[in-house]
Design a protein around this ligand. Structure first.
Ligand code: COA
Length: 146
């Protein structure tokens, strides 16, 4: 099975949407429809700092990586936050998750980003994949909802 990674396109909506719903369901959250609509629009908007790459197998979109490029005080070049990563349950274990992260690393090197990072739950079994890229650090997150 060959996994292909490419940028999100407007015509992907019918495939992206159930994957997005699967992802929010995975985290037990029900987002307001307006938030999902705004996320979709920004993911397609070349002027937004948010962007999306999708994984395809046999021409079918089976996963996505949604990222935010932001500035940082400790570097002069962009930093990429991989905010959402998801692969259709039926397509897992075929290398799509790895291919999405590999593609972001390659893109970041080509574009001159200084860093790619993501956070996950301590007990997320996906860490089996993440541990291939390096060790988790010992920072903890504080979060205040406003
Ligand atoms: C994380 C996720 C995107 C990985 O996608 P994937 O396409 O299955 O990943 P890969 O096929 O590239 O996995 C590479 C290896 O890691 C393992 N792995 C990856 N995700 C795993 C998971 N959730 N549970 C157990 N093992 C996992 C695979 O089994 C594979 O190991 P192997 O080569 O020894 O068989 C997918 O599991 C997923 O969508 N999980 C639910 C949502 C989630 O946790 N998102 C990340 C939030 S931070």
């Amino acid at each position: 099975m060959t996994v292909t990674i490419r940028a999100l396109r407007a015509e992907d909506y019918s495939r992206w949407r159930p994957l997005w719903d699967g992802y929010t369901h995975f985290y037990g959250c029900s987002l307001d429809e307006s938030v999902t609509a705004c996320t979709w629009e920004r993911a397609l908007n070349p002027h937004s700092s948010l962007f999306c790459r999708v994984a395809e197998i046999d021409g079918k979109v089976i996963g996505f990586a949604l990222c935010v490029l932001h500035e940082g005080t400790w570097s002069t070049t962009p930093i990429c936050y991989l905010e959402d990563l998801f692969v259709d349950e039926a397509a897992r274990g075929a290398g799509a998750g790895q291919a999405l992260i590999d593609a972001l690393i390659a893109e970041g090197k080509a574009e001159g980003w200084s860093k790619l990072y993501w956070v996950t739950r301590e007990n997320n079994p996906a860490r089996k994949l993440y541990d291939r890229f390096g060790e988790a650090d010992d920072y903890v997150r504080y979060r205040i909802s406003l």
